[in-house]
Design a protein around this ligand. Structure first.
Ligand SMILES: Nc1c(NC[C@H](O)[C@H](O)[C@H](O)CO)[nH]c(=O)[nH]c1=O
Ligand SMILES: CC(=O)[C@@H](O)COP(=O)(O)O
Length: 227
């Protein structure tokens, strides 16, 4: 007998091993339809009529001696299935000596993973504070599968750094949540220029390249599994 619905419960003629599994009836069905299944002995499940499990419908068929839960599904994006995926890249011009290197790293990664150049739009904004509103507009346009946000905020003498970092962070987060399109946070937040350059193609790698790969995976996850 097979249980259809959100999952598939195959009744097998063998002992169940592993953790206890219990099938609970929905409130509308008598508790007698529930069956706690022990991992150490076969369990007879007898269904006298069709009834609704929590999210499951059990067909009216003969019962059997044991139950096996189907395997858990794992969903994740693929970085090798990029055909047709479209990306927007929002780049802050402030600290351009850093952000242009981050952009270069991102574009190289898109190329390396076979994203077509015609499927990439780069949008320049004055500073990281402006990234969020543009990212949300791009997400809501439904033209892109992911939006990569690139900036470099470098601490100065005042608390302005905190204002810009907090605004950029919450702006990118809100853009993704409000648009439903993955918005990837590729904004460096550094104490000095050396830290920033080290993360824009220096000894600490290129955060732009890393975030482009994240953008590809998230775009693939949404396109191939979460539609
Ligand atoms: N100091 C940095 C800024 N400041 C500019 C702001 O982002 C914003 O453009 C301005 O406040 C007008 O709204 N931006 C950066 O990206 N990085 C910085 O270090
Ligand atoms: C992150 C900033 O806004 C910063 O560059 C501004 O420098 P300062 O705090 O010295 O005005």
């Amino acid at each position: 007998m097979a249980l259809n619905g959100f999952g598939r419960l195959k009744i097998q003629e063998r002992l169940l091993s592993g953790t206890v599994c219990a099938a609970f009836p929905s409130p509308r069905n008598p508790p007698s339809a529930a069956a706690a299944i022990s991992p150490h002995k076969s369990t007879s499940l007898s269904f006298s009529s069709s009834f609704q499990f929590q999210g499951f419908v059990v067909d009216r068929k003969q019962s059997s001696s044991s139950v096996q839960i189907a395997a858990v599904r794992h969903l994740e994006g693929s970085v090798t299935k990029t055909q047709g995926l479209r990306f927007a890249v929002v780049v802050a011009r402030f600290n351009e000596i850093v952000t242009k290197r981050l952009l270069e790293g991102a574009l190289e990664t898109f190329h390396k993973y076979s994203v077509n150049e015609e499927d990439i739009d780069v949008v320049w904004v004055p500073g990281s504070f402006e990234i969020g509103v543009v990212a949300e507009r791009l997400g809501k346009s439904r033209k892109y599968h992911a939006v990569l946000c690139i900036g470099a905020v470098i601490r100065g003498d005042t608390s302005h750094y905190d204002a810009v970092v907090n605004s950029a962070t919450s702006g990118v987060l809100s853009a993704g949540l409000n648009s439903g399109v993955p918005c990837i946070f590729g904004v460096l937040t550094c104490d000095d220029m050396d830290q920033a350059l080290n993360r824009a193609g220096g000894k600490s790698g290129n955060k732009g390249a890393e975030c482009a790969l994240t953008a590809i995976e998230m775009a693939s996850l949404f396109e191939h599994h979460l539609k």
